[in-house]
Design a protein around this ligand. Structure first.
Ligand SMILES: *Cc1c(COP(=O)(O)O)cnc(C)c1O
Length: 388
């Protein structure tokens, strides 16, 4: 099928929710992607921080295929090994006590919201259900997670949204102002991804943590995008030296298969009881086998490599003409530029580089395993496009 036929079929039959870039992703190796007719792209996007180890990773494929050769799905009515083993590994690496598996970031956050409300209901009774999130946050596309998302542009058409959310400035004073007697949780992205790759200030976050602990307000950290090595630590909260009560993750967890995880720490490990929550697909054994392969290789050595690559890219990006600032943490990089971001991303694509946007910034999320040659090729194209 010619590319233009694919485009026609796609626009005839796929709902109009995406404005796609004009390229088919057909195959690839590592951080290099290909179209069917042989065009190559360096990948600074990882399918939005999903393909943690790039594409066609041998060990990951072997793990997933080995599971597919046994059983592809069992439902949560029965036991499967990859799920229990992955939960154990996640707990050991993160300090969490228990895990609930779902299929996406939105679902992981939905579970966090339900858990925070139940924790508070069990302990304080009705009425303590309010959750403070931040302005410019992004927590997902379901009605509850859209309600949690602090962007007016997302609060259209689908009314009524859920009661019980308010949006704070991203500072201690801002969060404190929104917290009242009815507040059960504060939910944060430590590096706001979709709204421009902005890292929160460490001092402010520590003050928020202390304030929450004093009032038994649960601290929920949304690590859907920042998690699984992306920032140079396994989870971004480890950079901040804070202890969440609930942490959620998804995107990069299973290296390209759909999997969400809600991690419960000391206070919340016993909050959900039988029947309180569930998912048909959640914790699918093939996805969990993939995640085990990824998570078991995100060790100190790999994290050091991620930090080294991040430093290398950041240094070189900062020198490119028309780059006004470089933001984010680790391999989650925002580029404030003096030209239109969507147009710059399209030009990059036409020259063989995939980059993402976040508001009017370019957003770079390369695979954690990207090679030096691939980084240099990508930097060269960015330099050409932005210097024009
Ligand atoms: C992507 C993202 C989500 C939503 O994840 P989905 O898998 O698309 O539902 C939630 N929170 C953050 C911080 C994200 O980056």
């Amino acid at each position: 099928m010619e590319f233009k036929d694919l485009q026609e079929k796609d626009s005839a039959y796929i709902a109009n929710t995406y404005s796609r870039f004009a390229a088919e992703i057909y195959s690839g190796q590592g951080a290099t992607l290909c179209t069917e007719d042989g065009r190559r792209f360096i990948d600074f996007g990882s399918g939005i921080a999903v393909n943690s180890f790039g594409v066609n990773d041998e060990e990951w494929k072997k793990a997933v295929i080995a599971q597919l050769n046994k059983v592809q799905h069992a439902s949560n009515l029965y036991y499967t090994r990859p799920q229990a083993e992955l939960a154990e590994l996640l707990c050991k690496k993160s300090g969490a006590k228990k895990v609930f598996f779902s299929n996406s970031g939105a679902e992981a956050n939905e579970c966090a919201i339900k858990t925070a409300r139940k924790y508070s209901y069990d302990k304080y009774g009705e009425g303590r259900f309010h959750i403070v999130t931040l302005k410019n946050s992004f927590h997902g596309r379901t009605i509850a997670t859209l309600s949690a998302t602090g962007q007016d542009s997302m609060h259209k058409y689908f009314m009524p949204f859920l009661d019980g959310f308010s949006y704070a400035e991203p500072t201690f004073a801002g969060v404190k102002k929104e917290c009242g007697d009815g507040t059960c949780a504060v939910m944060l992205e430590l590096v706001q991804g979709e709204s421009g790759v902005n890292a929160l200030d460490e001092g402010e976050v520590r003050k928020i943590e202390k304030f929450c602990k004093e009032r038994d307000i649960l601290l929920i950290i949304d690590e859907v995008q920042t998690g699984n090595g992306r920032t140079g630590r396994l989870y971004a909260y480890q950079h901040y030296g804070i202890a969440p009560d609930i942490a959620t993750t998804a995107k990069g967890l299973a290296g390209g298969l759909p999997l969400g995880a809600t991690m419960f720490f000391d206070k919340t490990e016993k909050t959900l009881a039988a029947g309180d929550h569930g998912s048909t697909f959640g914790g699918n054994p093939a996805a969990c086998a993939g995640a085990l392969s990824i998570l078991s290789r995100i060790d100190d050595k790999l994290l050091l490599e991620v930090q080294g690559k991040a430093a290398y890219l950041r240094t070189h990006l900062g020198r490119i003409r028309n780059v006004l600032s470089v933001s984010g943490l680790g391999l989650m990089i925002g580029l404030e530029i003096s030209v239109n971001a969507r147009e710059a991303a399209e030009k990059c694509l036409s020259r063989g580089l995939i980059v993402l946007t976040a508001k009017n910034k370019l957003r770079l999320l390369p695979p954690l395993t990207i090679g030096k040659g691939e980084m240099d090729e990508g930097l060269k194209i960015l330099n050409e496009v932005l210097s024009e």
